[in-house]
Design a protein around this ligand. Structure first.
Ligand code: XMP
Length: 517
C-alpha cells in the first residue's frame, strides 16, 4: 500500500460548479472531498489536506451575512486556491479590497498572462476563460502580485507564491475554459505536490480493506436490483467478505422482459454470489389493483418492497445473524444531506429500505459513499462487472408500474414488456443504446382505430421515449433516425397483438419529465 492518500479539500461557498470542481480534481487522479464553507481551520488542519480550494458562490463578499472562511485557514501552511467568490473572500480577509455594483460579467473572456506566475505556468500567453461574477478585486492584499488580467478585470489572477495562496476570478472547472485542467494540474502537482495516484484500482483495494474491517465476522444483507449501484456495491462487498454477503433480489414483477433471469444468471453464475430471490410479483399486483394515481402507485410499490424486504431480512437474521445492511449511497447524496445540515447517512426512501437499519439494529455499509456516478461505473469495470450492467440505463424503483399508465394489470405489463423489448432490441442492434441516456416504452390508457388487413382494429397505443441528458435534471428528446423509429413501430404493431399505434415523444424536460408518471 502507498502511504497516506493525497486529498484536496474543497470548501463550498454555494457555487453551482462545486461538484464539477471535485470531478475535475478526481479526473486528475487526486482524491478530494467537499465540506461546508464555515469548516473551522482547526478541523481542516486535522484533515491534513494536500491543498484547499475555495469554490465560487452566488453571494457578494461584502454583504452582511455572506459566507466567510475561517481566516486561520490562510495560516495553516497549506496551499489555497480561491475561485471567483473564493478568491474575493481570501483577498478581502487578507486585507485586499473588493468592489461591487459594477456590471455583472458572464461569458467568455481572454486572459492575458503577465508577470512571473507559478499558477499559470502551463498556460499560453493568452487563454480563453469563462467568467461569471458581479464584484471585482480592486486592491490585492500585501504579498500578492497580479499575474493575469482580462479586458474588463485587471486582477483576474493573484498569487503569493511564498505563502502558496492563489486566486482566480474565472472558472477553470467548466469546459468553456479549455485549459482549465492545465491550471488545476499545476496547482495540484507543482504547488500542492500531489502524486496523482488515486485510481479505481487503488480505491478498490482501500475500499475492500475498509469493508473487511467494518464488517469483521458479521454478515451483510444487500438488496440487489441489477442497477449499477447495487451491482457494484454487491461485487465489492463480496470481494471483501465472500459469502458473508447475503444478496437479496426481490422480483416485484415490474421488471423488463427477461431482466430477472438475466440478473440471477449473471450474479449467481458469472460472479458467484449466493443470491436469494423472492418472487413477489403477485403481491405487488395485488397492492396495485385499483390504484391509478402516479404517486399512490409509487407509494404502493415502495411500501410493498419494504414489507417484503423486511420479512426476508427478519428470517435471515433469525437463522444467521445478519449484522449489516449494504446501501448504495453515492457522494452527491452525502454532500446534499450534509449541506442541508442533516445527518450524513441519509437513506433515499423512494427506492431504498428506509428505516430498516434502525429498526433491526443493522449497521450500514456504504462502500460507494465517496464516489460520483461515473466513478461507480469505473469501479464496476475494475471489479469485472460486464458492460451490460455497467452501462445500463437507469430504471425507476417503481419499475414498469409507472410506465403502464393508469391501473397496472398483468395484461398491461405483458403488452408493455413485449413492445419495450422490440424498441430496446432495435436500439442495441443499431448501436444506439449507449448514445441515449434512457429509452423505454410507455403503455397509454387509450385506444385508437386502425386497419389491419381488411379489418378495422380498435386497440391500445404505446409511446416510445428516448432522451439525452447528463444529469437527468434536464433532458432533450433523442433525435433517433426516422427509419429506425419506423421499423420499431412496424415491428410492435405486427408482433404485439393488442397494440395498433406507436407514437414518439418529442417533449423535452422541462416542461415534460422523463417518465410519464
Ligand atoms: P423524471 O421522470 O422525474 O425522471 O424526469 C428523472 C430520472 O429519475 C428516474 N425516476 C425514478 N427513479 N424512483 C426511482 O428510483 C422513482 O420513483 C423515479 N421516478 C423517476 C427516471 O427514470 C429518470 O431516470
Amino acid at each position: 500500500m502507498p502511504g497516506r492518500r493525497d486529498s484536496i479539500l474543497i470548501l463550498d461557498f454555494g457555487s453551482q460548479y462545486t461538484q464539477l470542481i471535485a470531478r475535475r480534481v478526481r479526473e486528475l487522479q487526486v482524491f478530494c472531498t467537499i465540506a461546508p464553507s464555515a469548516t473551522p481551520a482547526a478541523q481542516v488542519a486535522q484533515l491534513r489536506p494536500t491543498g484547499v480550494i475555495l469554490s465560487g458562490g452566488p453571494d457578494s463578499v461584502y454583504r452582511h451575512g455572506a459566507p466567510q472562511a475561517d481566516p486561520g485557514l490562510f495560516h495553516l501552511g497549506v496551499p489555497v486556491l480561491g475561485i471567483c467568490y473564493g478568491m474575493q473572500l481570501m483577498a478581502r480577509q487578507l486585507g485586499g479590497e473588493v468592489e461591487g455594483g459594477g456590471q455583472r460579467e458572464y461569458g467568455p473572456a481572454r486572459l492575458k498572462v503577465g508577470g512571473r506566475s507559478g499558477l499559470l505556468a502551463r498556460l499560453g500567453d493568452e487563454e480563453p476563460v469563462w467568467m461569471s461574477h458581479g464584484d471585482r478585486l480592486t486592491r490585492e492584499p500585501e504579498g500578492f502580485q497580479v499575474t493575469g488580467s482580462t479586458g474588463s478585470v485587471e486582477r483576474a489572477v493573484i498569487e503569493d507564491g511564498r505563502r502558496r495562496l492563489y486566486g482566480i476570478q474565472f472558472h477553470p472547472e467548466v469546459h468553456h475554459t479549455p485549459n482549465g485542467s492545465a491550471l488545476l494540474r499545476t496547482f495540484l502537482f507543482d504547488i500542492c505536490g500531489a502524486r496523482g495516484d488515486w485510481t479505481m484500482a487503488s480505491f478498490l483495494e482501500e475500499a475492500v480493506g475498509r469493508v473487511r474491517r467494518q464488517v469483521g465476522g458479521g454478515r451483510v444483507l444487500c438488496g440487489l436490483s441489477g442497477g449499477v449501484d447495487s451491482s457494484v456495491a454487491a461485487l465489492l462487498i463480496h470481494r471483501a467478505v465472500g459469502d458473508r454477503l447475503v444478496p437479496l433480489f426481490v422480483d416485484n414483477g415490474l421488471l423488463r422482459q427477461g431482466e430477472a433471469d438475466e440478473v440471477m444468471a449473471a450474479f449467481t453464475g458469472r460472479y458467484g454470489l449466493q443470491v436469494r430471490k423472492v418472487d413477489a410479483g403477485d403481491l405487488f399486483l395485488e397492492r396495485l389493483a385499483g390504484v391509478t394515481d402516479p404517486e399512490d402507485k409509487r407509494k404502493a410499490v415502495g411500501e410493498t418492497f419494504i414489507r417484503v424486504f423486511e420479512e426476508q431480512a427478519r428470517r435471515l437474521q433469525a437463522d444467521g445473524e445478519i449484522t449489516h445492511l449494504a446501501q448504495g449511497t453515492l457522494y452527491p447524496d452525502v454532500i446534499e444531506s450534509a449541506g442541508a445540515g442533516g445527518p450524513s447517512a441519509v437513506i433515499k426512501t423512494h427506492h431504498n429500505v428506509g428505516g430498516l437499519p434502525a429498526r433491526m439494529q443493522l449497521e450500514l455499509v456504504e462502500p460507494l459513499r465517496e464516489l460520483f456516478k461515473d466513478e461507480v461505473r469505473a469501479l464496476g469495470r475494475a471489479l469485472g462487472l460486464a458492460e451490460e450492467f455497467v452501462g445500463r440505463h437507469p430504471f425507476p424503483g417503481p419499475g414498469l408500474a409507472v410506465r403502464v399508465l393508469g391501473e397496472v394489470t398483468r395484461e398491461g405489463l405483458d403488452l408493455l414488456r413485449r413492445a419495450d423489448a422490440c424498441f430496446l432490441g432495435a436500439l442495441r442492434r443499431a448501436g444506439l443504446y449507449d448514445e441515449v441516456a434512457q429509452a423505454f416504452v410507455v403503455l397509454l390508457p387509450v385506444r385508437s382505430v386502425g386497419v389491419m388487413g381488411d379489418a378495422r382494429s380498435y386497440e391500445q397505443v404505446v409511446a416510445l421515449r428516448a432522451v439525452t441528458t447528463q444529469d437527468y435534471m434536464t433532458a432533450d428528446w433523442a433525435r433517433l433516425p426516422g427509419d429506425l423509429l419506423a421499423a420499431v413501430a412496424n415491428d410492435i404493431v405486427n408482433t404485439v397483438p393488442g397494440i395498433n399505434r406507436v407514437v414518439y415523444d418529442i417533449t423535452s424536460k422541462p416542461p415534460g419529465t422523463i417518465e410519464w408518471e
